[in-house]
Design a protein around this ligand. Sequence first.
Ligand SMILES: NC(=O)c1ccc[n+]([C@@H]2O[C@H](COP(=O)([O-])OP(=O)(O)OC[C@H]3O[C@@H](n4cnc5c(N)ncnc54)[C@H](OP(=O)(O)O)[C@@H]3O)[C@@H](O)[C@H]2O)c1
Length: 399
Amino acid sequence: MTTTVAVAGSTGSIGTQTLEVIDTDPERYRVSALTAGSSWEAVAEQALHYRPDVVVLADKTNHAALRQALPAQIAVAVGSDALESVVADADVTVNGIVGFAGLPATLACLEAGKRLGLANKESLIAAGPVVQKARRTPGAELIPVDSEHAAIHQCLRGTSDPRRITRLQITASGGPFRGRTADELASVTVKEALAHPTWAMGPKITIDSSTLMNKGLEVIEAIELFGAPSDLETELGFDDIDVVVHPQSIVHSMATFSDGSTIAQLSNPNMRGPIGYALAYPDRLGAPFGEVDWAQPMTLTFEPPDRTAFPCLDLAFAAGRIGGTAPAWLSAANEVAVEAFLDERISWSEIAVVVEQVLTLHDGGMGETLESVLEGDRLARVRAHEALSRSSHPQGTQS
Ligand SMILES: NC(=O)c1ccc[n+]([C@@H]2O[C@H](COP(=O)([O-])OP(=O)(O)OC[C@H]3O[C@@H](n4cnc5c(N)ncnc54)[C@H](OP(=O)(O)O)[C@@H]3O)[C@@H](O)[C@H]2O)c1
């Protein structure tokens, strides 16, 4: 039977790689919907190739141009309602939208009782309690696409009782600035921050990897995924998660059992592997992605992160421990700060300063309803823009 797949954020790094995975088994998977933010030409080109039922653009501006570029058999729609409806119709959605904008797709898929392959970690982090409620919809399945969580998912599947897991080790490449001191990091440029040593990804997550905020977000994501009711529920909290810097990005994460044994998932860095895992689960994809050649010599190294040079990591732990809407505030403030850094309005080091300033203003919101999450996100963005206006970094000084 063919599985229909909605690719949300199809023009991005995760989206295009999802299409490449689907290409390996066109009998098994059919693209039913493609969605993008504003890149209408790129999504039109994809639609002419994959012939989905519908294409959705978030930005209304180029609706007419997109309509004109596609044959009448392919429906064209704009806006959030259309996105929610195409996601609800597909058997599986891979959510590769970047940032908080991914929340409607996450909720619509789970509330329709369908499978969600989740790359868009920000929606789960910002709206944890709301997403957990949606996850309880009969038929709903949340399979992580983030490589670390796909790894942990595979480690936990191997045990009859996930409560026998006592610690998780989430690995981090360390990003482009591993080994640098806080002083050395004060003057790094956007270009340097975008030069990730092991993964080719979209700009926002690449900057998050350089600050280790991505790893902090992944710690919160791990608690949401594996600390909440599901068939892989553990009893783990924030004190039970280690972040381990592993520059080769071959070990994607690990789980340690009560008897002291650690199991890990290994493959070369290639996001098509975790994407295929989320599509095929509980089966496996027929095509290998990132298979390790064990006949070749290889050295794997592990070291603790430098929490002084990369303060975003502990800011994320702090937000996770506060709970409620604090992770939403952290994630929103980070989105605003990263955008400002990419626009060269603040320095790299000021990303953490902005996030910390916003987090200290958290209002104790609990985030149990969608409205309160949306309000938390809105307020945090206001506070982040206020923090930016206090920033001392002169515009245009980076190259
Ligand atoms: N890339 C990776 O290897 C990787 C690995 C693990 C997790 N993730 C996570 O996956 C998500 C996507 O990352 P990415 O690297 O693929 O990002 P990306 O390359 O920047 O792609 C983002 C996608 O989201 C769309 N989009 C942007 N703003 C939107 C909006 N307001 N409404 C609807 N769609 C919008 C973009 O459309 P336009 O092209 O029209 O702007 C694009 O299709 C992030 O949450 C990231 O943390 C990524």
